[in-house]
Design a protein around this ligand. Structure first.
Ligand SMILES: [Zn+2]
Length: 74
């Protein structure tokens, strides 16, 4: 995963640089329609500012919710 923080504080992420460029373009058109959205510029910004986003597992091994053996409901 690649990720980048937009100047507005919005966190953008995608599987790779190309995806991140598309995400950034879409975000800029939606949220920053008044500013110039040049794909070459966005591509350069992504290349310079994007960082790798390591996969983070929701639970570490063996750290899932405990199984409970409570009283039967009936
Ligand atoms: Zn933004």
């Amino acid at each position: 995963m690649k990720a980048m923080l937009c100047g507005c504080g919005r966190h953008l992420e995608a599987a790779n640089d190309d995806g991140l460029v598309r995400e950034t373009l879409a975000h800029r058109r939606q949220e920053h329609a008044t500013s110039v959205t040049d794909e070459k510029l966005v591509r350069r910004v992504v290349a310079e500012n994007a960082y790798r986003l390591e996969h983070v597992a929701p639970y570490a091994d063996g750290e899932g919710p405990d199984e409970e053996f409570g009283p039967e409901p009936y």
